[in-house]
Design a protein around this ligand. Structure first.
Ligand code: VG1
Ligand code: CO
Length: 562
């Protein structure tokens, strides 16, 4: 086989977003489109592609088989030495990150659009991760984008399709291809992090009025199905009825593989109907998680704070101590309070997991999270849905050792009484056709007014008002390499500690998605049991009024509230 150069033309818009390039499948299916982006990625790899080893895998969504073969052909022609690929291209995002690290490869290409729906009329995505196992930092993604803007040819090799369904090592033209078990190494990693025996003991004990805890895990037809089965059924010994939607489907069964109260309603309903102690779900590619027990929803911002608080007690990996904590900017400050109490550093980074990697590599960060159902630690360089879910089981196990009978709600209540409660909510307005940019510009104009700081904004349905303390466009200077990321979200802080943030999503594939985040702290115990919507109502009214969101976008209601 010989490498050959193929003439191509530039496609606009191949700019990696918050987490890789995500577009409709039909866009990727255009002639040369996927090849262009893969060529740009290989060319932009630190040190170039020659002689390198890459991991390839993804959530198995529609178009993954075709994209994998394209990657093999272009890799062979570009001098890549070896590809490690998950069986049938299946690797969850955390498993891919783990494999890049444990096999010390030069990086990986992940085929996923995460929680976006899949299938011929929905989304596909490609993301490049570096040799630390984390999403490529902005200097690399910018380089990829620059190349896509001028590309006029790519290198490929006319290799036949390789059967990716059989494990083993194969010679594919000049390329070595190792097809690995999708699940095994990841489950082994978790078994080294957690005390599975302690969790098993808890699951077999009868702390709830003489009854054992019940578990329901929902993979939402995404990639975590086989991982969930291995962990919950094979390792922890739970019955098959403890898992649902655990066969990965290329179109996720036509649903939205996003673990939140809207899209994971099947889980929520089953947990409530059967009074399940511990319910959990993960997204299409396995890096997100939702924790939900009967009558108790754990917001992701609370979840990471609680995991950080319990880490040393519940998770052997952290026995030696926690190095530091972090959250993305829109995530609530609950974790900051834990950091303060423990005397740990806490970092506030822009949205997107790529910003945590440098801090972890420098040994300053152990546990971090995002309000978008992303939680993780420095065991890998991606957020990790199943890690967070098992962490919660470990917390329940540890708590029940201290005092039998504690459930998710008891853990929440105990946390609030120790630290206070950060009420938090996010409104998403998806596929907004007009007015999103105008709304952001309107906010910037408001911020620029000389009397904006110090002004008082009043709620519409009550007398509550908020005085502006600070307003700006979030900018981040990486403390490790000094790189600066500007325009990461418009935030307004009020004098009572409340906060509102507006951002445009970087993961959508159609129209604009506006995200509005609101946060209000309370240390009044009477308020802790209140639903977030109630505690946040005045602030939401103020945010909507100030931004003129409805007026400018003609959207009366958000698509999703979390
Ligand atoms: C969203 C979330 C962000 C997350 C990103 C990738 O980005 O807000 O917190 O890191 O998705 O998650 P955006 O730009 O749309 O707000 V995943 O599970 O889609 O890889
Ligand atoms: Co995801």
């Amino acid at each position: 086989y010989e490498a050959r150069q193929v003439k191509t033309k530039v496609y606009d818009g191949q700019k990696p977003g918050t987490s890789g390039l995500r577009k409709r499948v039909k866009v990727f299916q255009q002639e040369h489109y996927t090849e262009n982006f893969i060529q740009a990625t290989l060319s932009a790899m630190p040190g170039g592609p020659e002689g390198k080893v890459l991991v390839v895998g993804g959530d198995g969504r529609y178009f993954s088989p075709e994209a994998s073969q394209i990657i093999l052909r272009l890799s062979a022609a570009n001098g890549i030495k070896k590809i490690l690929i998950g069986e049938s291209t299946i690797l969850s995002t955390p498993a891919a990150s783990a494999l890049i690290r444990s096999r010390k490869t030069d990086g990986g290409i992940l085929l996923t659009a995460s929680h976006n729906p899949g299938g011929p009329d929905n989304d596909f995505g490609i993301k490049f991760n570096c040799d630390n196992g984390g999403p490529a930092p902005e200097d690399v993604t910018n380089k990829i984008y620059e190349i896509t803007k001028t590309i006029d040819s790519y290198k490929t090799m006319d290799l036949p399709d390789l059967d990716l369904s059989k494990k083993g090592t194969f010679t594919h033209g000049p390329l070595q291809v190792e097809i690995v078990d999708s699940v095994e190494h990841y489950v082994k990693l978790l078994s080294e992090i957690f005390d599975f025996d302690m969790i098993k003991e808890y699951l077999q004990s009868k702390p709830y009025d003489g009854k054992s805890p019940t578990v329901l895990f929902d993979a939402l037809n995404g990639v975590t199905g086989p991982y969930g089965k291995a962990i919950f059924v094979d390792v922890l010994g739970l019955p098959e009825s403890s898992i649902q939607n655990c066969v990965p489907k290329p179109d996720f069964g036509g649903s939205h593989p996003d673990p939140n109260l809207t899209y994971a309603h099947e889980l929520v309903e089953a947990v409530e109907a059967n009074k399940v102690t511990f319910g959990a779900a993960s997204d299409g590619d396995g890096d997100r998680n939702m924790i939900y027990g009967a009558g108790a929803f754990v917001t992701p911002s609370d979840s990471v704070a609680i995991i950080a608080d319990w880490a040393e007690k519940a998770i052997p990996y952290f026995k030696g101590g926690v190095k530091g904590l972090a959250r993305s900017m829109p995530t609530s400050e609950a974790i900051d309070l834990v950091a303060r109490a423990k005397g740990l550093e806490v970092f506030e980074v822009p949205t997107g997991w790529k910003f945590f990697g440098n801090l972890m590599d420098a040994g300053r960060l152990s546990i971090c999270g995002e309000e978008s159902f992303g939680t993780g630690s420095d065991h890998i360089r991606e957020k990790d849905g199943l890690w967070a879910i098992v962490a919660w089981l470990a917390i329940l196990a540890a708590a029940n050792k201290e005092k039998a009978g504690q459930d998710i709600n008891d853990i929440l209540v105990a946390h609030y009484s120790k630290y206070g409660r950060n009420f938090f909510s996010r409104y998403d307005y998806e596929e907004v056709e007009t007015g999103a940019e105008e709304m952001m510009q309107h906010l910037r104009d408001e911020f620029a007014r000389s009397d904006f700081v110090g002004s008082t904004l009043k709620a519409t349905s009550s007398d509550v008002s908020f005085t502006v303390k600070e307003a700006d466009d979030f900018s981040y200077t990486d403390p490790i390499d000094g790189s600066v990321s500007k325009n990461q979200g418009l935030y307004i802080k009020f004098t009572d500690g409340s906060r509102v943030v507006f951002r445009l999503s970087g993961t959508g594939s159609q129209g604009a998605t506006i995200r509005m985040y609101v946060e209000k702290y309370s240390n009044n115990p009477d308020e802790y049991p209140k639903p977030a919507a109630e505690g946040l109502k005045p602030l939401i009214e103020v945010a909507l009024g100030l931004s003129k969101l409805t007026e400018l976008t003609k959207r009366k209601e958000p698509t999703v509230i979390t």
